[in-house]
Each structure stands twice: as structure tokens, then as C-alpha cells.
Design a protein around this ligand. Structure first.
Ligand SMILES: *Cc1c(COP(=O)(O)O)cnc(C)c1O
Length: 427
């Protein structure tokens, strides 16, 4: 009998289309996604399923601290997973103890709690604030306008942007918002019920706005005077991104009185696990003891795999002096993009940031971007995709560069060339 041979397919399977279709059918449509599906990466390079290469200056939104497929991270995952993945927080493990010790040594005397994400780390800080104020009837937390603190019910209550709250009312009570970098507004917002102030060292989601040194020092003094906790959300701006472990350390460098500055609590996530989900918060002594046995917990927090990866990442950052790399490349970017701002004032408004957390602000009414009703930031990010470069939109007019801390000078130059070419096109 003659075998029936199936015909050779004329068209190769379009993986991109089938992936998008799976999402359309099965994934909750809560994200506006760009039309790119990724398959693999190496360092700051990513490849889509069609084989096209991109330079990654977004770092998975400030997450992939050592880039993609870093062999030391891979080995840490493999080695730890051969031994033990998880035992629960009913027991002790060496990895969790060592990571806590490392974070304390990088920040200051205190204690660390491990969780799984940035929003969850912030939730822990809200609970600490409530516990701290409980016996004196205080529970309010003041945060800032244009802040971002995550998407849980507590996170959207804390976030100073109406768009994240809309449709999810009633919002959890006890949060109020004041303008950022405005010490007088913060002072005026304090009530007899205020337990804590929560700010980002550099606001990330609405345009890379750093706190001023005067603001940080003023808040510390205010909190001391009024016996209020000063909490910092370092989920995005922390982890050596600015050239120091914490952004406030960088902002206060060389500022009189800056060396003694320390907040009362710090939340962390994003770069901490370099892509493995892990979050944490640090509490200054003696506030760690506010959370006594039975008051807070999570199943996966501080599991061995996450801690092993986080320890390895800090190891590599310190060994390779990547904080210095972030600082040097950041200064280079600010200078080079500053030149572009001077050259093309009709397109670029300003550039700001510290280290590898940079915001490039575009002018509001660039004629070439008026044809679409999409925000300028989105259109610019997409035009950079067309040039093979990934960046992250922030607010409506700003794009963010938050790449891996081991970005190469040659990669930074490649990215700059693409941005410069786009700016020329828009001029
Ligand atoms: C990303 C982010 C969060 C939320 O972290 P998730 O891991 O997404 O929950 C909170 N605060 C800031 C400043 C962030 O950038």
C-alpha cells in the first residue's frame, strides 16, 4: 500500500500570532502589551520568537540586574534546587539567614522580613505602621502624589495616582497624598492619627523624579520630632541601581548631615532576585520586633531558591563592582542625552536620574506624534522597538532607561545611537 505523505507546509508556523492568540483567548487582559513575544536572551540582548534581536534597556522594569541567562545565576538556581527548594518558615535555613545578614550589613542595624513581590513588601510596611501606631490610636500613612506602591488593595490605596484606584472603591482608609519634594505640604498633612510617611527615593512610575537631599533630611527630622515612621519604597530605585545600594545613600553623598540619614523601614523587590520573584523589607532596630511571632507571614517568603539567587546576585555585583558601572554609565548617559537636549530642544525637554535609572522627558507637542491619540511615551517606546531597542514608558512624556547593572559601554553607545536617530527623525 502506498503511504500517504502529508504535504510540506508552505508557510512556517507563525509563532508570534499563535502566542498572541493564546493570550487573547486565555489571559486576563489587564495589561496593554507591545506586540513582541520573546523567546530567549543573553546579557542585555533579547530575541523574539521570529529571531529578531533587541537591546534591552528596560531590564524587565528594573528587574534583571545581571541581564538575561547569566551563568552564575543559572548555576545558583541549579545548585540550590538540587539540594532543597522549600521547607516553610516553620524552620530555619542558612540561605535566609545569610541573605538577611547581608541586607542588614548593606543598610544598617535592623531586621529583614522576606516576601515575594514589591506590593507585598509594602503591605508589610503598612502593617508595621499600624502596629507602631496602634496603642496611641494612630494608623494613617502619608504618601506622595505620583507615587507607585503596587497593585494590591493596600498598594492602590497608598499609590498617589487616581488611575490605579478607579473602579476599585471603597479604597482602604488611612492613606493621604501630598506633593513630592514638598516638605511644608508633608508637615501640614500630619494629623494626630499619622503613624508613618512612605516615599520612594526616586519616583519611578511617573517620570524618574529623585527626592532632593533637603527633602530627605527634612523628612527625617520631621519624623523624629513627631514620632512618625519614615518608610521608603526602594523596590525600583534600590539595589545598587543608582551607584549605591540605596538611592538615598547616593542622593545624600557629600551632603552635610547626609551620612547619618537612615529611614525606619525599606521595601525591596525587583532587582533583588534578578528575575526570580523575591521581595523583602528591612526595619531599623527596634522596629523589627513590632512583628512578633504570629503577626505576619507568607508561605514562600525567604524560600531557599530565592535567597540563593539573591545572595549570588549581590556577590556578583560586589565582585564586579557593578555599582560603579551603574554610576559611570549613568553619568555618561546624562551627559550624552543632555547634549541631545541642547541640540534638539523642540523634541527633548530634559534628562534626569542617578546611575542606571534615567528618565528622558520629551516635549509635549511633537508634531510627528500628534497623528495618534496614544501617549507620546508609548509612541516613542514603539518607535525605539522598530530600531531594536527596549525602553520603558513612564507617565505620558517620559521614557525610562533601567537596564541591567552589567550593561556594557558598547551597548550604551548602541542605545544612544538609536535614541539620537529617533530624536533627529522627530525634529
Ligand atoms: C514595581 C514597584 C512596586 C510593586 O512591585 P510588584 O513586585 O510589582 O508588586 C512597588 N513600588 C515601586 C516603587 C515599584 O516600582
Amino acid at each position: 500500500m502506498k503511504e500517504i505523505v502529508p504535504p510540506i507546509p508552505v508557510v512556517v508556523r507563525n509563532e508570534h500570532a499563535s502566542i498572541v492568540e493564546m493570550y487573547d483567548r486565555n489571559v486576563v487582559p489587564s495589561y496593554g502589551r507591545f506586540p513582541i513575544a520573546f523567546s530567549h536572551g543573553l546579557g542585555s540582548r533579547l530575541w523574539d520568537v521570529g529571531g529578531r534581536a533587541y537591546l534591552d534597556l528596560g531590564g524587565g522594569i528594573a528587574v534583571t540586574a545581571l541581564g538575561h541567562a547569566n551563568p552564575e545565576v543559572t548555576n545558583a538556581l541549579i545548585e540550590q534546587s538540587r539540594k532543597l527548594l522549600h521547607v516553610s518558615n516553620l524552620y530555619y535555613t542558612d540561605a535566609q539567614g545569610r541573605l538577611a545578614q547581608k541586607l542588614v550589613s548593606l543598610i544598617g542595624p535592623g531586621k529583614v522580613f522576606f516576601c515575594n513581590s514589591g506590593a507585598e513588601a509594602n503591605e508589610g510596611l503598612y502593617k508595621v505602621a499600624r502596629k507602631f501606631g496602634h496603642d496611641t490610636g494612630r494608623y494613617e500613612i502619608i504618601t506622595t502624589i505620583n507615587s507607585f506602591h503596587g497593585r494590591t488593595l493596600g498598594g492602590i490605596a497608598a499609590t498617589g495616582q487616581d488611575k490605579v484606584k478607579k473602579g476599585f472603591e471603597p479604597i482602604i482608609p488611612g492613606f493621604s497624598h501630598v506633593p513630592y519634594n514638598d516638605l511644608a505640604a508633608m508637615r501640614a498633612a500630619i494629623t494626630p492619627c499619622t503613624a508613618a510617611i512612605l516615599i520612594e527615593g526616586i519616583q519611578g512610575e511617573s517620570g524618574v523624579t529623585p527626592a532632593t537631599p533637603e527633602y530627605l533630611l527634612g523628612l527625617r527630622q520631621l519624623c523624629n520630632e513627631r514620632n512618625i515612621l519614615l518608610l521608603m519604597d526602594s523596590v525600583q530605585c534600590g539595589h545598587f541601581r543608582t551607584g549605591r545600594f540605596q538611592s538615598y545613600q547616593r542622593i545624600l553623598e557629600g551632603v552635610p548631615g547626609g551620612q547619618g540619614f537612615i529611614p525606619d523601614g525599606i521595601s525591596m523587590a525587583k532587582s533583588l532576585g534578578g528575575g526570580f520573584p523575591i521581595g523583602a523589607f528591612w526595619l531599623r532596630d527596634p522596629y523589627g520586633s513590632l512583628l512578633s511571632a504570629g503577626t505576619h507571614g507568607t508561605t514562600f517568603g525567604g524560600n531557599l531558591l530565592g535567597c540563593a539567587v539573591a545572595l549570588k546576585i549581590i556577590d556578583v555585583i560586589e565582585r564586579e563592582n557593578l555599582a560603579q558601572n551603574a554610576r559611570d554609565l549613568g553619568e555618561w548617559w546624562i551627559e550624552k542625552i543632555g547634549d541631545l537636549v541642547a541640540q534638539f530642544p523642540s523634541v527633548l525637554k530634559t534628562v534626569r536620574g542617578y546611575g542606571l535609572m534615567i528618565g528622558i522627558e520629551f516635549q509635549p507637542e511633537i508634531p510627528a506624534l500628534q497623528k495618534s491619540d496614544k501617549p507620546a511615551a508609548l509612541q516613542i517606546v514603539q518607535r525605539l522597538h522598530d530600531r531594536g531597542v527596549l525602553t520603558i514608558p513612564s507617565g505620558t512624556q517620559i521614557i525610562r532607561l533601567i537596564p541591567a547593572l552589567n550593561l556594557l559601554q558598547s551597548e550604551a553607545e548602541e542605545g544612544l545611537a538609536a535614541i539620537a536617530a529617533l530624536v533627529r527623525e522627530l525634529a
